[in-house]
Write a protein that binds this ligand. Structure first.
Ligand SMILES: Cc1ncc(COP(=O)(O)O)c(C=O)c1O
Length: 405
């Protein structure tokens, strides 16, 4: 990958900004990455402000900083600050859109083989409760990424029956990066709403809404963005299908009760209509610092470093650890490295590595049920790298896996 790279001294700086690197070898960045010190400081300082000033009073005092987070996210994604809503996590943001849609029997939701488990559960719930149908677009066997010509055909054939395209940009347990730009342009061509789950891509690679057309996008703070847990955001496109959608839930932040008419209320314009009155400002501000911190390195620089480490790990796993099969596929891959080791359960790999202070995760079939079922995989080990990981840490992981064998 051409372009500016992180230098060895950048890596030293990134690691010294990350106190967790002194106590653990962390390859669970797709679960929750290690927070950098500036994020810890932001969350800690704001929590103290609440303790000493009062929660509501702290929010009033920090109003400018709270507003600036919308600007930071909008800057990172190339959108407008009023298109961003604070949500508890990616899934809730996704749910706020999905469950607000007026589905009826025979409507079709189009998705990918590698869709995230929670989203799949929601499809199935909507199938059971309202008779919605689910169409799964296969991956292109030659490139491994979602087959955009199958998507085009499905959308063209289904016509008005197709009510939503909902796709995870990067699956939870596979290194593939799906072509969100191409998917978005098909959705725009056929005027079908596109809900993009960018939970694993935001913070890991450039996500540019000038390039990717989608009606809404969901992301979480704790994963590749390196923010605190319990926080996410939802982007809602001003020109898109969901801007005027009435959310399934409303409260005193997202809507106003009419003072003159007892039955009247107005839903506020903008993405704010998807927000709750009660929220964690400490986490919101922490996520804002995480966004600024990622942008300081540059998302393209971050992606290059992550891809380099991930490719190194994939190669070394296959070359050096007997019985290992790397289960990632796709022409374009990211920092999620998934694999199986013959004769050893994923959960046992995770537990054995944990004893050596190496964090990986074990992802079960229910996390991406369509894909894992098709490939007859019951679980995979997921070692997800971030730019602050070092090549020495990869060596320690490989050595630990060899001992396990
Ligand atoms: C692709 C994908 N989408 C959505 C989610 C859910 O994110 P959250 O737990 O923040 O709701 C995950 C979490 O692992 C994920 O990997």
């Amino acid at each position: 990958m051409a372009g500016k790279q992180m230098t060895p001294s950048d890596v030293v700086e990134a690691r010294s900004d990350t106190p967790g690197t002194r106590s653990v070898i962390h390859f669970n960045n797709a679960g929750a990455a290690l927070m950098p010190q500036p994020v810890l400081d932001t969350v800690g300082e704001y929590t103290e402000l609440e303790a000493y000033k009062g929660g509501y009073e702290a929010a009033a005092a920090a109003k400018n900083k709270i507003d600036a987070v919308y600007q930071s996210i909008a800057g990172m994604l190339s959108c407008s600050p009023d298109e961003i809503a604070s949500v508890e996590n990616a899934t809730r943001g996704w749910d706020y859109i999905f469950y607000s849609l007026p589905f009826s029997a025979g409507d079709v939701v189009i998705t990918s083989e590698t869709e995230y488990g929670s989203n799949v559960t929601s499809f199935l719930q909507m199938k059971r409760s309202r008779g919605v149908l689910v169409e799964v677009i296969p991956n292109d066997p030659s490139t491994g990424v979602l087959d955009v010509s199958s998507l085009s055909n499905a959308v063209a054939t289904l016509g008005k029956q197709a009510k939503l395209v909902a796709i995870s940009h990067i699956p939870t347990n596979n290194g593939v990066v799906h072509p969100a730009e191409k998917i978005g342009s098909i959705c725009r061509e056929y005027d079908i709403p596109f809900l993009l789950d960018a939970c694993q891509s935001v913070g890991q690679l450039p996500v540019d809404l000038g390039q990717i057309h989608c009606d809404a996008l969901t992301a979480t703070s704790r994963k590749y963005l390196r923010g605190p847990r319990g926080q996410g955001f939802l982007y809602v496109n001003k020109q898109g299908h969901f801007w005027d959608l009435e959310p399934m839930y409303l409260d005193v932040r997202s809507a106003r009760n009419d003072e003159s008419s007892p039955s009247g209320y107005q839903v506020l314009p903008g993405a704010i209509r998807y927000e709750n009155f009660e929220r964690s400002y400490a986490n919101w501000l922490g996520m804002g610092t995480a966004v600024d911190y990622a942008c300081k390195w540059g998302l393209d620089v971050i992606e290059r470093r992550i891809c380099f480490l991930a490719e190194t790990l994939r190669r070394r796993l296959e070359d050096e650890v007997k019985g290992t099969t790397v289960t990632d596929y796709g022409d374009r891959k990211c920092g999620i490295v998934s694999f199986t080791i013959e004769g050893v359960e994923g959960a046992d790999v995770k537990a054995a590595l944990a004893k050596e202070k190496i964090n990986v995760s074990c992802s079960k079939a229910s996390s991406t049920p369509f894909d894992m079922r098709k490939r007859k995989l019951s679980s995979v080990v997921r070692a997800s790298v971030h730019y602050y990981n070092s090549e020495d840490e990869i060596t320690l992981l490989i050595e630990a896996l060899k001992r396990l064998r």
